[in-house]
Design a protein around this ligand. Structure first.
Ligand code: PGA
Length: 246
């Protein structure tokens, strides 16, 4: 089974002086290289999404979160329906920064997953252990994956394994550790979705850069990367995209 490969940029709440310049560079690079076998998705802050997704039709865009309802009195929130209506096809759900700062619970995440799926968005569902949970990593991954409804359109599901301690730290697990975690995740998904789980791509995220991307993206059970800091730099991000095609 050949799964889709992804390289996904998560800009978080970073201020990019010229977002168009970065996206323009990525867009031109993709048109030039064409051979890229991976799908490139950009998740800038909400404020850039409408303009960028209208201008760059050859790129895919996603939100960094969505609310668990389509509309209503939820000050400051953006819904999956709204993302879809401005041309976004993806949404990140359950990023560790939101689990941590917004205290997003499994129950809330399940509601978000359901509403994103109803709006036909492709979901990048993030899971991963904290440093003090390393010894019980498999248990944590299982618990986080239990937020996924048992009846779900797995064609729209992507998992991003992001060890919390690797995010923005410059540290990454060894190739063997990443492989082991991905095999564990695959087993849990197999149990849950049986044959339907085979098309779920499992990405790695956490301090991916142009120096380590070839090694990480070369791991058999890794179907791509979710990239934070390094995706803010056009050249760096393009190099990561290129390493996914080797
Ligand atoms: P990082 O972030 O690449 O800066 O470590 C990854 C993420 O949080 O998705």
């Amino acid at each position: 089974m050949k799964r889709n490969k992804y390289v996904i940029a998560n800009w978080k709440m970073n201020i990019t002086k010229s977002p168009h310049k970065v996206i323009d560079g990525v867009s031109k690079h993709l048109l030039k290289t064409k051979k890229n076998s991976c799908r490139v998705v950009l998740c800038p802050p909400f404020t850039h999404l409408a303009t960028l997704s209208t201008k760059y039709k050859n790129l895919d865009f996603g939100g960094q979160d969505c609310h668990q309802h389509n509309e209503g009195a939820f000050t400051g929130s953006v819904s999956a329906y709204m993302l879809k209506s401005i041309g976004c096809n993806y949404v990140i759900i359950g990023h560790s920064e939101r689990r941590n700062y917004q205290k997003e619970s499994n129950h809330e995440l399940r509601m978000k997953l359901i509403v994103a799926e109803e709006n036909k968005l492709k979901i990048v569902f993030c899971i991963g252990e904290k440093l003090n949970q390393l010894k019980i990593r498999d248990k944590i991954l299982k618990k986080q994956l239990s937020a996924l409804p048992s009846s779900f359109n797995t064609k729209n599901l992507i998992i991003a394994y992001e060890p919390v301690w690797a995010i923005g730290s410059g540290k990454t697990p060894s190739v063997d550790e990443i492989d082991r975690a991905h095999i564990k995740i695959r087993n849990i998904l197999n149990q849950k979705y049986k044959r339907k789980s085979t098309n779920i791509s499992i990405l790695y995220g956490g301090s991916v850069n142009s120096k380590n991307s070839s090694n990480i993206l070369g791991i058999k059970n890794v179907d791509g990367a979710l990239v934070g800091g390094a995706s803010l730099d056009k050249k760096e991000f393009c190099k990561i995209i290129d390493s996914s095609s080797r």
